[in-house]
Design a protein around this ligand. Sequence first.
Ligand code: HEC
Ligand code: HEC
Ligand code: HEC
Ligand code: HEC
Ligand code: HEC
Length: 219
Amino acid sequence: MSTSAGKTKDKESQESGVRGFIFLFFFLGFFVFLIIGWIVFPGLLYSKKKQPIDFNHALHNELVSDGCESCHYFREDGSFSGAPKLAQCIDCHEEVQGEDPEEAKFVEEYVAKEQEVPWLIYSRQPDCVYFSHAAHVKMAEMECSVCHGPIGESEHLKVYEKNRISGYSRDIWGKNIAGMKKNTWDRMKMDDCSECHVRESVRQESVQTEKGPCFVCHK
Ligand code: HEC
Ligand code: HEC
Ligand code: HEC
Ligand code: HEC
Ligand code: HEC
């Protein structure tokens, strides 16, 4: 009797050991996938590129007379100038004026050689997308930060991240791989544009009848 009772006990502890092992395995696997899914995969999916020159917005906003428009302005025809050209920097940076190595690099490699800086555009949409700053900034009177976040107030330009598969900037698909969004500027996919357009019922008539629902935003 006693030996068979001992055997059952052994078997029980063996079974619970196996169960514990399976449990441990499950959790290990779970965490391995969590790490791959949240850290390794996004790391592999995006290649990182530094801007050619680090630019300090906070510093320059204090120095210019017309605020953002000193560098990002609308042309006579209503089109948006976008990233600034050398012509907008040259009045102040004909020669190096400070100690900052980024300024020295800017003057030596770009101003002196009359080479435009190849800025990387965080918000760049694919070629098939049509976007108009005038419609949003002038007509709808939106703040830049609604779509761009705090870049215009920053002291450094963040690293540009490019999706290796789609070629999109990470600012389009967003940081959060589960797709969660805390700020209006966290992501700028088709759904994000549409969500606001539906909410604002943007030009329902012209959109529906003249161009069709897709060609508001597509060329
Ligand atoms: C002295 C010139 C200057 C002034 C003034 C300036 N910017 Fe810029 N801005 C730049 C340069 C240079 C870049 C770099 C281009 C880039 O990041 O693609 C830039 C980039 C940006 C971008 C990133 C666009 C993108 O998607 O890559 C945003 C947004 C922006 N500026 C907003 C602002 C706002 C808002 C203000 C005013 C509060 C402002 N800027 C004032 C020169 C200026
Ligand atoms: C109104 C004059 C003015 C204009 C316009 C201007 N800058 Fe500057 N910039 C300055 C001054 C002043 C400094 C500070 C120099 C110091 O004391 O280090 C500076 C510093 C810099 C620096 C070093 C600090 C930093 O931002 O990282 C860079 C790079 C720079 N400028 C690039 C640009 C570019 C690119 C443009 C055009 C888009 C531009 N600047 C337009 C006056 C100007
Ligand atoms: C409704 C959203 C929205 C608002 C508001 C907005 N932008 Fe943009 N911005 C975009 C999108 C989208 C792009 C990319 C356009 C493209 O790829 O054709 C862009 C591109 C840019 C670029 C890079 C353009 C280039 O190709 O050189 C700059 C600089 C910029 N915006 C600055 C600003 C500034 C400054 C303001 C405020 C005056 C502003 N934006 C307001 C959505 C917005
Ligand atoms: C937060 C709100 C908001 C977001 C985000 C937004 N839009 Fe808009 N958009 C508007 C409003 C409001 C108008 C109407 C402006 C007007 O004509 O008064 C507009 C107008 C437009 C127009 C002009 C339509 C016409 O009939 O001429 C285009 C094109 C456009 N948006 C494209 C886009 C694209 C592409 C995106 C995403 C990259 C985007 N929008 C994101 C609010 C938004
Ligand atoms: C409110 C603006 C807007 C409207 C309206 C819109 N799109 Fe888009 N679409 C975008 C933007 C922005 C992108 C790029 C970002 C992305 O892939 O989500 C895009 C991307 C796409 C792509 C992927 C293209 C690529 O190169 O990856 C397809 C396909 C597409 N749209 C089809 C449509 C169709 C079909 C309709 C009409 C039912 C439509 N879109 C209406 C803004 C819009």
